[in-house]
Design a protein around this ligand. Structure first.
Ligand code: 4G0
Length: 242
């Protein structure tokens, strides 16, 4: 996969992409990430990338010309998903991450100020994504979230691919509680079933815990979750205390 990122703050990406799973994926050449400075595509004397909104109002907007010039130069006219990170975008969830992970290539645009000239959205951008219902000072942190979530889904990026199937959200449910050594810490014991060696019982307990946790914390997720009829029956009788 190749990911191009267009930003006014290239240095912001140095730390996060130089660590952990993203670094390993880059080192293993599972992904190429290229950071581009939008300022390099502003050709006027002062290399201006922003301007006041027509009709008045607060703040500044990113101008169309440098964004079109940058995207056209980076893609070389090749068909590529061009994704704008914006609070107005489609909400990111694991399903959207899986979809993005199928692309061979994508270009992420990090907006700034109060937004971008709408002609960019209409004629340059193919998809708008939001990482959540809040406003950030720029799209950079949102782009990093997208890259991290997508890159860890590339085959070979994780130590073991088994962990992907066990992720929170992979089956639409939250993860079950997990424990590691010691067996007793400050008098708090690990649930005995996990020490039983009975793998069928352990799987059953974990599944139950996942469902109950989702019911209590994120009942909205249960509508779309993959549950058996029996499991649906079990939760239908229960309140959120259950
Ligand atoms: C474009 C994304 C970019 C438009 C970006 C702001 C939050 C997210 C930006 C705006 C961002 C998110 C219209 C304020 C940059 N903030 N939730 N800020 N407007 O994904």
């Amino acid at each position: 996969m190749r990911i191009d990122i267009l930003t006014l703050f290239p240095n912001m990406f140095v730390g996060p992409f130089g660590e952990s799973i993203t670094k390993r994926a880059i080192d293993r050449q599972l992904v190429t990430i290229a950071i581009h400075n939008l300022r390099d595509y502003a050709w006027d004397k002062h290399r201006i990338v922003d301007d006041y909104p027509y009709g008045g109002g607060p703040g500044m907007l990113l101008k169309a010309e440098p964004l079109f010039a940058a995207v056209e130069a980076i893609t070389g006219g090749e068909e590529t998903p061009v994704i704008l990170l914006t609070p107005q975008g489609r909400l990111l969830c694991q399903e959207v991450v899986e979809e993005l992970a199928t692309h061979e290539r994508m270009l992420l645009i990090c907006g700034h100020y109060e937004g971008v000239d709408d002609r960019v959205r209409q004629h340059l951008v193919s998809d708008e994504i939001s990482i959540g219902d809040y406003v950030l000072s720029g799209g950079e942190l949102a782009a990093m979230v997208v890259v991290d979530a997508v890159v860890r889904r590339l085959p070979g990026a994780l130590g073991s691919e088994a962990s992907v199937a066990e992720d929170s959200h992979s089956d639409g449910l939250l993860k079950y509680p997990q424990y590691t050594r010691p067996q007793v810490y400050r008098g708090w014991e690990v649930p005995p079933v996990l020490l039983s060696g009975n793998h069928a019982q352990i799987a059953k307990w974990r599944r139950e815990q996942s469902i109950l946790r989702t019911l209590r914390r994120r009942p909205d997720l249960l509508e779309k979750a993959k549950l058996t009829d029996k499991e649906r029956e079990m939760i239908s009788g229960r309140g959120i205390e259950g």
